[in-house]
Design a protein around this ligand. Structure first.
Ligand SMILES: *[C@@H]1O[C@H](CO)[C@@H](O)[C@H](O)[C@H]1NC(C)=O
Ligand SMILES: *[C@@H]1O[C@H](CO)[C@@H](O)[C@H](O)[C@H]1NC(C)=O
Length: 716
């Protein structure tokens, strides 16, 4: 019976046995899975087997190496038979035991150690583990001694379509510009299928759209989504929900499927022009509104968004184009009308403007649809405002002669209330600008009068501010600057430009110029000064001196003869009449003092003092010594005096000196103005006690004396 069975098996499996059991002794593996049995006969399997057989031929091993297949997800009532191990060692002589080890041996795969049948005792998942590597060995039943070297083989888990396609990156979002042409690519999506991509169609996906038609289409294989309608309008519908399905088994029935959603947002293009919400706007504005003030806003709506909705606003026409301007507010996307020039209710009470809003970013594709702009009319009504008085001139310049009589009218300012209900106006002088109250103003008629006498030589300009106040509303005030210029009147007589001191040499020659004098006049005649000089009428024929007018308006005094003598006459007084060219002219008499002096041969003044002259020329030695002694004594006295003063009280001189020094220092300091000039008391410099001033004042310039003859005078 066993022989017959063997024969039957042989008959049945001849092709396989030929292939698989090439060399004795060997184990052959008979795949028992029916589908696999059949599959193992396929040309591919045959090729592989023959290849393996060649390897076996070479290695001369006892195991037939092969792989077994088992379907995943099999869940029958019994464990599934995966295959059978067999060795062709003589089974009769020895009892053989099959041992299985490796991946899942004993836990997933169980072997019947007698028959060599391998069963899968657990459900398998190819997507979890696609193949198992196991080792089989035939051992002696009793001794457990290996009869063959171990042989490795693989159990492959065979795929079934147990995984649906999945969109791992969904849900998707995509954008496409509105107004796109039909077939514009939007995006593409990808589904994945965990099933075996190389075996069968379990992972062969086909895409379709379940929702979102007729707006979008999908390419079945590439899953590229395209627009299916031309010119979709964002302003009509902005967002579309597309449901996409991926189906495996090439889309055939029985396949598994997965879906995802794609949200398509249409992006804006500038396909809509701006449109004013109103065709007519009314604004009103008080006439006294500050320049630059926003008077009103106009807005052109645009169905587009972002920069496509941006419009620039312009005033394109109207009777107020010069007075108003419009600026575009990009934020609010409106236009702001502002005042550019002052309004005057009394002149014009309303304005009409034509404003235009034009899209900034035009899309040339749509510009043929018409102008991307709109216009509206703006009516602006000017409202009356209580305005301050307005002077007839922004400034006034008045001129007045310095001899103008008190209370005489210098000039007049006028102002009016520009309002319709014109209020009377009262004028006043801003007293901060006329601290000396030089002027008065008639509150009613604005006539400015002189309050105190003017003196051009003191102040040429009196710049004051006049205030105009509305009687009905005292808060309505205007100010105007009034510059009053004092005009010259010949009210000052000319006089010597300085205090001249003339010296006449005893040894001088006739016709010699003793002194040149010039005159000055505080007045400011238009054509400049021209002076006339003359001697007193009774002195016209002065035997001693004569005068000669020079080109430059100055005067030379000449000696008429020689032989002037100090002994005879020490000082001559020469009165000179100086008169100006005013109308009427003014004149004054200035007296020139001429002192007779002893001079060297070349005319250098040496001594003008009579006593010095009295000293005999051949002064005795004793007299000189006496003079010297006198000087020394005087010096000693002075020194003693000073020292005593210092030791006693606070020394007056030194104190004064210190004061002077301090005052000078303070005076030299910068800043302080009037306070500093107070600090500087010129009197302290002038030695009122005469402590330094033992120089007698003879009418000669002190300086001159100090320079030339201090000792002489001191000793006098
Ligand atoms: C007064 O105003 C006149 C004219 O504007 C100007 O020339 C002059 O300098 C001003 N004088 C003073 C002291 O401000
Ligand atoms: C001229 O000088 C003489 C003496 O030198 C004097 O007596 C006479 O008064 C002088 N005349 C005048 C007008 O000063």
């Amino acid at each position: 019976m066993p022989e017959r069975l063997a024969e039957m098996l042989l008959d049945l499996w001849t092709p396989l046995i030929i292939l698989w059991i090439a060399l004795p002794p060997c184990i052959y593996m008979a795949p028992m899975n029916q589908s696999h049995v059949l599959m193992s006969g396929s040309p591919l399997e045959l090729n592989r087997l023959s290849e393996e057989q060649r390897i076996l031929n070479r290695s001369k091993r006892g195991w037939v190496w092969n792989q077994m297949f088992v379907l995943e997800e099999f869940s029958g009532p019994e464990p599934i038979l995966v295959g059978r191990l067999h060795t062709d060692l003589d089974p009769g002589s020895k009892k053989i035991k099959y041992i299985l080890s490796g991946d899942g041996a004993g836990t997933i795969f169980q072997i019947n150690d007698v028959t060599g049948d391998i069963h899968a005792i657990k459900r398998l998942d190819r997507e979890e583990k696609a193949e198992y590597t196991l080792t089989a060995q035939a051992v002696d039943w009793e001794t457990n001694k290996p009869l063959e070297p171990p042989s490795e083989f693989i159990i492959k888990v065979q795929d079934i379509n147990d995984n649906a396609p999945e969109f791992l990156n969904g849900p998707y979002h995509a954008t496409v510009p509105e107004m796109s042409i039909l077939g514009t690519s939007v995006t593409n999506v990808t589904a994945t299928d965990a099933d075996d991509p190389v075996y069968g169609n379990s992972a062969k996906l086909v895409y379709s759209i379940l929702e979102g038609q007729p707006y979008f289409s999908i390419e079945p294989e590439t899953a590229i989504i395209k627009t299916a309608l031309p010119n979709m309008d964002r302003e009509a519908k902005e967002e579309y929900l597309v449901v996409i399905q991926a189906k495996d088994m090439g889309g055939h029935s029985g396949g598994l499927s997965g879906t995802t959603t794609l949200t398509v947002t249409l992006t804006d293009v500038n396909d809509n022009p701006p449109k004013f919400a109103q065709s007519l706007y009314h604004f009103s504005v008080p006439e006294d509104v500050v320049l630059g003030t926003a008077i009103g806003r106009v807005k052109a709506n645009d169905q587009d968004v972002g920069e496509n909705a941006q419009s620039s606003y312009d005033i394109i026409d109207g009777d107020g184009t010069a007075l108003f301007e419009i600026t575009s507010d990009a934020q609010a996307q409106d236009g702001i009308i502002r005042l550019r020039k002052p309004l005057d209710f009394e002149t014009k009470k309303s304005y009409t403007l034509k404003v235009e809003a034009a899209n900034v970013h035009i899309d040339p594709r749509f510009s043929s649809r018409g102008p991307f702009k709109d216009t509206a009319t703006v009516k602006i009504v000017v409202e009356d405002a209580d305005e301050p008085p307005v002077f007839s001139s922004p400034t006034y310049l008045l001129e007045v002669h310095e001899n103008a009589a008190l209370n005489s009218v210098i000039g007049q300012v006028t102002a009016r209330d520009p309002d319709i209900t014109s209020s009377p106006i009262r004028f006043s002088i801003d007293r901060h600008t006329d601290l000396e109250r030089q002027f008065n103003i008639n509150a009613d008629d604005g006539k400015i009068t002189l309050a105190t006498p003017l003196d051009r030589e003191l102040s040429v300009w009196h710049n004051i501010t006049i205030i105009a106040t509305e009687i009905r509303n005292h808060s309505q005030i205007s100010r105007v600057p009034v510059a009053i210029k004092v005009l010259d009147v010949n009210d000052n007589a000319p006089e010597f430009a300085s205090e001249y001191e003339a010296f006449l040499c005893e040894n001088g020659k006739p016709g010699q110029v003793i002194q040149t004098v010039s005159a000055m006049d505080k007045d400011d005649p238009k054509n400049g000064h021209y002076f006339l000089y003359s001697l007193l009428p009774e002195m016209v024929n002065n035997p001693n001196f004569t005068i000669k007018k020079n080109e430059d308006n100055s005067l030379s005094i000449l000696a008429k003869h020689n032989g002037f003598n100090r002994q005879k006459q020490e000082v001559y007084l020469l009165p000179i009449i100086i008169s100006d060219s005013g109308n009427p002219p003014l004149s004054s008499t200035s007296t020139l003092t001429i002192r007779v002096c002893g001079c060297s041969n070349d005319g250098v003044v040496q001594s003008c003092n009579v006593e010095a002259y009295v000293l005999p020329i051949g002064l005795s030695m004793g007299a000189l010594i006496a003079i010297l002694a006198c000087i020394i004594l005087l010096l000693v006295i002075v020194v003693l005096f000073v020292t005593l003063r210092r030791h006693k009280n606070e020394p007056l001189i030194i104190k004064d000196d210190e004061d002077v020094r301090e005052n000078i220092i303070r005076y030299d300091d910068e800043g302080g103005g009037e306070e500093d000039t107070e600090a500087f008391d010129i009197a302290t410099l002038q030695n009122p006690d005469g402590i330094n001033g033992f120089l007698p004042r003879w009418g000669l310039p002190t300086q001159w004396w100090e320079e030339r003859n201090p000792i002489q005078t001191a000793c006098f």
